[in-house]
Design a binder for this molecule. Structure first.
Ligand SMILES: [Zn+2]
Length: 301
């Protein structure tokens, strides 16, 4: 179908000090892809911030105002990040990047956002490391503008995409599928269109067969015009937060399954980075690189 588009912005690296969430990974991912000759610097598109009108597709006006105070309030206090103007500007740029990726995937077949995946963000409050749910903003804007009538969100981050499930609970055209570790934040889970909650350490065979079952229901059953893969790498065996214990090879098979499933059916696909908390930052980068490689393998042929 054609080579994927790549979208990134230096503002994704936000000043949060020493933290289990390594926002430096977005820049390191872009640099690793270029240094390893997987992509060219010149083909990286720089995202623009989402407009307030775009953000309000998903966010309550009062919550948007609370974010723009750049200090913690009742609506932001469940965030596990500090808050400041550059942090909020970084997540607004991220939302803009996911919107761009969705539009580019629809036009070109595939797009990789070298950022994003803040799937714990709600319409009216922050959670986890997520102030603005860029996945929901992108799906919401593309759906509202009529550029896609049906969308499927495939969330393979180790944590359930609770914000996304909540935001689209009343919109059947946007199908939310999450495959995650059940005994883990968030508790309680939201009810998405399809939730596969796995026990810790399920093994590669169970994981991959459950993922295939989920893809069959959420994609072949829903027949979307666009798929968004929230490709967190925290199901990895070295992760500090999750216990799905998947090997590097199984993670690559995961990314390949999603990409091939969509490419072989001619369905546009975009990926976002999402979580990843392995002890070694280099593992996190390598795993996100694998996701991009799977996209290139599936679409650039
Ligand atoms: Zn996660």
């Amino acid at each position: 179908m054609g080579r994927p588009i790549f979208v990134w912005n230096p503002d994704y690296e936000i000043p949060i000090g020493r933290h289990v969430f390594p926002s430096v990974k977005f820049r390191l991912l872009k640099e690793a892809l270029v240094e390893r000759g997987i992509i060219r610097e010149g083909e990286v598109e720089i995202s623009e911030p989402a407009t307030d009108e775009q953000l309000r597709t998903v966010l309550d006006s009062t919550y948007l105002k609370a974010l723009r105070m750049y200090e913690h309030s009742a609506a932001t206090i469940r965030s596990e990040l500090p808050i400041s103007r550059p942090i909020i500007e970084g997540v607004v740029a991220t939302a803009g990047g996911s919107i761009r990726c969705a539009a580019r995937a629809l036009a070109h077949g595939a797009a990789c956002h070298l950022g994003g995946g803040f799937h714990h963000g709600y319409s009216d409050h922050a959670e986890g490391f997520c102030y603005i749910n860029d996945v929901a903003v992108a799906a919401g804007v593309i759906y509202r503008e009529g550029r896609a009538k049906r969308i499927t969100i495939v969330d393979t981050d180790v944590h359930q995409g609770n914000g996304t499930a909540n935001i689209f609970a009343g919109i059947p055209e946007i199908f939310t599928f999450s495959i995650h570790q059940e005994d883990l934040y968030p508790r309680p889970k939201e009810v998405g269109d399809l939730d596969i909650g796995l026990p810790a350490d399920p093994g590669a065979d169970v994981y991959l067969s459950e993922l295939e079952r989920g893809l069959s229901i959420s994609i072949d059953g829903h027949r979307p015009d666009l798929v968004i893969h929230v490709a967190g790498v925290d199901p990895f065996e070295e992760d500090q937060l999750g216990r799905l214990n998947l090997s590097r090879e199984t993670m690559a098979q995961r990314d390949g399954l999603v990409a091939q499933h969509c490419a072989s059916r001619g369905i546009p696909l975009m990926t976002v980075v999402a979580g990843g908390y392995a002890r070694n930052l280099s593992d996190i980068i390598d795993l996100h690189v694998q996701t991009v490689e799977a996209m290139i393998d599936a679409y650039d042929s």
